[in-house]
Ligand binder design. Structure first.
Ligand SMILES: Cc1cc2nc3c(=O)[nH]c(=O)nc-3n(C[C@H](O)[C@H](O)[C@H](O)COP(=O)(O)OP(=O)(O)OC[C@H]3O[C@@H](n4cnc5c(N)ncnc54)[C@H](O)[C@@H]3O)c2cc1C
Length: 402
């Protein structure tokens, strides 16, 4: 084990993706003496966005980065979750934290855009960002990685890390097509924003019938709602994917006879300019690196939104990868340490969907009734029990900065 000394030349790392894992990794690598470049396909950071959770071990990551106070300010203090039946009748009104298994005063729920902006602010002065560009080719035949970007620029790096999300191009170019690693979880979802004409404020309203769910999420007191339509489907709708017209038609057909406010939601989805449609799935890989290239976050081990742990895995995984690289000069040893030390945590969190974390979306009448009974119990027992998986990783300490 060797540490980077002051006279050692800086190792150059290219990170693909400025989502959650990318800037987190950039922060810790810069702090450990690496020269870091981040390339992001989008032309700028995306503001706003759906709420995401930061829990357990990941809270410790953001605390060590010094950004916990800003994130506490951005915390969405959700008041309640209201569960509705097929006709819109109330099943239960539950403390939001009890549903998520989050711990009051510790765990955080913030807009994805707020987290990304906070991470970016923590690194933008120290790290090179290339927006509106992406990797075209990676040539690993020499002593480094020769990268050709889509813009035509060419650079050589010692290491490349794919932090480019669930549908990672880096993973595809290194390991092959996504279907080899994608584990479909039997649900499809559409998420979009629509006007808040319901008077909702800091609350979630969730309508369920067996195999179908519609949610309205009021993040603040503002005029916008995050609308969410989720449905069970044994096989992924391969023909509709990546075809926005076909995706819209599929959702509209699926919810054609739905009650409550669902017809208004479907109408809003038709007009939405920010519709995001995808299948719920996980990325499961035997290895997260190949040669001088590694993967982090959703690109390597997306747990799916059904676990609510994607953000926390991205934060903790980036920390562990940076720590391994800071500790081991040899990248092969570093990547092996990263995989060894983070894998159990990833596996426990991915297994949350096997253990009932998907109970928000029951697929049979019986499962829905059981879920509703559980919710009524939560009303009388609102204190949350954090899931052990959230805190199952103890973070190693970085060496003090010189
Ligand atoms: C609808 C929905 C709801 C969710 N809800 C929750 C929740 O409640 N709690 C939770 O913890 N998680 C939730 N998640 C998951 C969470 O958003 C992800 O797990 C998390 O963002 C993963 O971070 P990441 O940095 O690995 O990837 P991402 O955040 O996806 O970032 C990847 C980045 O790479 C960029 N990129 C993509 N391709 C390229 C390329 N070729 N070159 C360069 N850049 C590229 C993208 O533009 C993006 O900026 C949800 C996800 C969805 C879709």
């Amino acid at each position: 084990m060797t540490s980077t000394g002051p006279s050692t030349p800086k190792r150059r790392v290219l990170i693909s993706g400025a989502g959650i894992a990318g800037p987190t990794l950039a922060y810790w690598l810069h702090r450990s003496g690496f020269a870091v470049t981040v390339v992001e396909k989008a032309g700028s950071l995306r503001a706003g966005g759906y709420p995401i959770d930061i829990r357990g071990t990941a809270i410790e990551v953001v605390r060590r980065m010094g950004i916990l106070p800003q994130l506490r300010d951005a915390h969405i203090d959700m008041r309640r979750c209201t569960f509705l039946d097929a006709d819109g009748g109330e099943v239960a009104v539950v403390d939001a934290r009890a549903v998520a298994g989050s711990v009051e005063g510790q765990d955080l729920e913030v807009r994805r855009g707020d987290l990304i902006a906070t991470l970016y602010a923590a690194v933008r002065d120290d790290v090179e960002f290339l927006f509106g560009d992406f990797i075209d080719t990676l040539d690993r035949s020499g002593n480094g990685v020769d990268v050709t970007f889509h813009s035509g620029r060419r650079r050589t790096f010692d290491l490349v890390v794919g932090a480019d999300g669930m549908h990672s191009q880096t993973r595809e170019s290194l390991f092959g097509s996504e279907e080899r690693f994608h584990r479909y979880l039997g649900h499809c979802f559409a998420i979009f924003t629509m006007p808040n004409t319901f008077g909702l404020s800091r609350e979630l309203v969730l309508w369920n019938t067996p195999g179908k769910a519609a949610a309205l999420y009021a993040v603040g007191d503002d005029d916008e709602l995050h609308a969410f339509l989720n449905f069970h489907r044994p096989e992924p709708p391969v023909d509709a994917l990546r075809d926005p017209g076909a995706e819209r038609d599929l959702v509209a057909r699926t919810f054609a006879d739905a009650g409550w406010e669902v017809p208004r939601m479907v109408e809003a989805m038709r007009d939405a300019d920010d519709l995001f449609f995808d299948t719920a799935g996980q990325i499961r890989m035997r290895r997260w690196s190949s040669g001088r290239v590694a993967l982090v976050g959703d690109a390597a081990y997306a747990p799916s939104f059904l676990t609510g742990q994607g953000t926390s895995l991205a934060l903790a995984g980036a920390y562990m990868l940076a720590h391994a690289l800071a500790t081991h000069r040899d990248h092969t040893a570093a990547f092996a340490a990263y995989e060894r030390d983070a894998r159990a945590f990833v596996a426990m969190n991915q297994a949350l969907v096997d253990n009932g974390a998907a109970t928000l979306f029951p697929t049979t009448a019986q499962a829905l009734e059981q879920r509703n009974t559980m919710l009524r119990d939560l009303v009388t027992m609102p204190s949350a029990t954090p899931r052990p998986a959230y805190s199952a990783l103890t973070l190693p300490e970085f060496a003090p900065t010189p």
